[in-house]
Design a protein. Sequence first.
Length: 593
Amino acid sequence: AIAKHGVLTCFFILLFVDMATAQMAMISAAERKVTSLNGYWDVIIDPTGIGDWRQVWLEHKPEKKSDFFEYSFQGGPQLKVPGDFNSQKPELTYFEGTVWYKKQFNYEPKKGKRLFIYFGAVNYRTDVFLNGKKIGSHEGGFTPFQFEISAPVKAGLNTIIVKVNNTRYQNGIPGKGYDWLNYGGITRDVNLIETNNTYIDDYSIQLKKGSLNTVLGWVQLNGERPRQNISINIPELNLSYHAKTNDEGIAKVEFSSAFKLWSPSSPKLYRLIIESETDTVADDIGFRSIEVKGSKIMLNGKPVFLKAVNIHEENPYKAARARNKEDALLLLNAAKKLGCNMVRLAHYPHNENMVKEAEKMGLMVWSEIPVYQHIEFADTVVTQKMERMMEEMIKRDKNRCGVIIWSLSNETYPSAPNRNNALIALTKKCRNVDSTRLITHVINSQQYENNTFDVWDTLGRYADIVSINEYVGWYTPWQGLPANTKWKLICPEKPVFISEFGGEALYGSNNGPTDEAAYWTEAYQAKIYTSQVAMFGTVPNLCGVCPWLLFDYRSLGRMHPVYQKGYNRKGLLSEKGEKKKAWYMMKEYYSKK
Ligand code: GCB
């Protein structure tokens, strides 16, 4: 009987295989007419994936007492959305598998309205079912997506079931190996969004490359009335720009004004209202120019040194994925206190609060897709996923002037089959989608011999900035005086950014219990920083540095029973926010820059 049931189920699963992949989310989702589905959701924890066979989404209900049934949500546990599941239940701490989520909502369909369900992010694979039918799926843990449910939604009570699976896949992005906690679950907001038949799906409103006063962009409508009059209003500037969308719903936008430019010392944003005949969206947008000229990075036409810090999307005090404005402020205020003017949001797109709050505080942002170390570039599915993730990241954040750099990869292996082809193609795509920002790839393939760095990776040729991760003093010993370091660079004309450096220290372990402990002391970490600072003086075209990293953070690969206990200890701050010696050194370096 089980076998027969299995065959039938397989048949049904096959029927579902071709269901829709998610749509890219409309931008500025929070500014729309939303009904939040945040809060407690009923869940079924499903370590083996048996729920697929039992078709959890059908919610079989017994008619008679004697009817067989399994996997009811009723009377089971609940999890908070948004939120990773790992930090919510002790049995889920290191869980990698499937959790089914269920939520009900009431809705009254209205003539002329469309309804979408929007997910800020779900890690890693998502399948969504509405009233027992699959409506589609999404892959990727850090970008938003949506499904239109205008047709299947019913009057009255509706049931949404979401299958979340955070298993690591060889052909996933990231792949199987990475140095952070694999927080699974519905980690960001879920909203119902109601729009008119034709709504403003997307817009790009930023300064034209190289210009300090001219906006070049577009507005994109979605719906049955693509041809409309649109306007862009900036009340503070008394500016009102009018255009018409074409048959594809697109209008080109070009206007000039004497903008007060956005910069770290004056993070000016303007309230902007975009109107079509059938929709209105508001946004806070800043204007700035970012370019590479010769070996320098120029912000608003002036050279800028990037005083950055690496940050994972984790609230260290809660040992949980950061998800809201308060979490963002905790992390970003610490970066500010260190004296930073930029944050590298490692190693995946963080939630929108991070980007928006950083922008408001005058922190430039480096945003990255999780193309990290072990990626199966030879698998064409992987290259498609990379592109899709990049597009989802850019669609969401392209109007954030704070974002100055798109990072398309971190420490990938030059010897991995098809790596260069895949990343070069991705870079070209990225420039097509957004020509206004800088693009980088983080390189870690350099040789360090005879106190000389040989940065030979040809990927550097396709980036605007050569970004290098190096851990001399930690994973690799110094081979001479840091101040005498020599450099051979694949692109000697380009700006160089040290995107990671550092070492681990357990806060308070200043007099380690044994001699070996020297390596884990704050003093040892501080010495790495002194040496690195001395070495920075030797880097040709140095345009900025970025210690790894702000806070100690959770990572499964960090299991030293005394010093790590599940934490990567390269933080300048402990997970409790205590300042290590290296914090003060970095702060001093930034205060002098
Ligand atoms: C790296 C990675 C970063 C790691 C770090 C480390 O190069 O980019 O994700 O966590 O090294 O601590 O080793």
